[in-house]
Design a protein around this ligand. Structure first.
Ligand code: PCA
Length: 333
């Protein structure tokens, strides 16, 4: 843990050099393969912990033939660069927020569309519908998904009480992707993109004053230090995805490939389980630390859902046939 904090504070090239040096020392036998894996979120995040376990599982199952070193919190590559770093084989494997790829194809972003899938059951069905399309689209870039895990349903954090969408007007809002930015704008707010590790500072300096995110990210960011209210609006259930470069994967011995796929399968089901368990635990943590946890008013939900309908109509138009395929499969599930 200590080393990753140090790397987090070091500038790019120096960090990479330090990391490679550490990786070199850590990897035992000469034939052992050593993979660096950038991830965007801090060590305490359940996704990151799940990935650490995945790395452990791979190491154990392959008797150390493949060692994956996790570089959390954007310490090796910044979040928006992780996908291309894997694509260009600067690293063989990485994790990122799937809907960040919306700018490439709207099909990647369906899990961040408001009020389309708001429970775990729905989110799982949506992933079953989305996964084949995502797999095809990523294959065009020589990438292969290993697994995806949902965040808990997204809630609203504010300084002042919110009864209707009107109350959100003019608020400086922390965003994390294009869909959320649009949602915020349609609600009359002023969005700014802020990565998770930078949330506390963005609030402390007044760059932002509200956000929509999971109870996990809220609690891990100590939201109680800067906002008082949490509204459980369950707006959507977005996912992180772990992808591998196909050339790097194929270069592994077949038995190692199988071990990676098995560990990925286990990580997917463990991750969804962890996510569900977190939802209540982290929401409780918000109130234990003095925040007011509310069920949203009817009026607020109505206003937000209206925005959602507009967004989904736009999304359908943008996503075209790939989007239709996903929606049809989702509705038939
Ligand atoms: N946490 C991440 C993505 C969704 C979530 O719950 C974030 O706030 O950026």
């Amino acid at each position: 843990m200590q080393w990753s904090k140090t790397i987090g504070k070091t500038a790019g090239a120096a960090a990479l050099a330090a990391v490679l040096a550490t990786g070199g020392l850590a990897s035992g036998g000469a034939s052992a393969e050593s993979w660096d894996m950038p991830t965007p979120y801090p060590d305490a995040t359940f996704h990151t912990q799940n990935i650490m376990q995945f790395a452990e599982d791979v190491k154990e199952a392959t008797d150390g033939a493949l060692e994956i070193t996790v570089h959390s919190a954007g310490s090796l590559f910044k979040h928006p660069e992780i996908k291309n770093a894997v694509r260009s084989r600067q690293v063989p494997i990485g994790e990122f927020f799937l809907s960040l790829l919306t700018n490439e194809n709207a099909a990647f972003g369906i899990d961040s569309q408001p009020f389309l899938a708001t429970t775990y059951e729905q989110a799982e069905a949506l992933w079953r519908a989305q996964a084949p399309v995502v797999t095809e689209l990523l294959a065009e870039q020589d990438l292969m998904p290993l697994y995806a895990v949902a965040w808990p349903p997204q809630g609203l954090y504010t300084k002042e009480p919110v009864e209707t969408v009107e109350d959100l007007k003019g608020i400086k809002f922390r965003s994390y992707n294009a869909a959320l930015e649009k949602f915020a704008q349609l609600a009359g707010m002023a969005p700014t993109q802020v990565e998770v590790p930078d949330i506390p500072q963005a609030f402390a300096t007044g760059r932002v004053e509200a956000m929509i995110t999971s109870p996990s990210t809220g609690a891990n960011s100590k939201a109680w230090d800067f906002v008082e209210h949490y509204y459980d609006i369950k707006a959507w259930v977005p996912k992180n995805i772990v992808v591998v470069n196909r050339k790097a994967f194929r270069a592994l011995d077949e038995s190692v490939q199988t071990a990676v796929l098995n560990a990925a399968k286990a990580a997917e089901s463990r991750g969804w389980q962890m996510s569900q368990e977190e939802t209540q635990a982290k929401t409780d943590m918000l109130s234990e630390n003095g925040m007011e946890v509310h069920q949203p008013s009817e009026a607020l939900m109505q206003g937000l859902k209206q925005i959602g309908e507009e967004m989904i109509a736009d999304w359908k138009a943008e996503a075209g046939p790939a989007g239709e395929r996903i929606l049809e499969a989702y509705q038939a599930d």
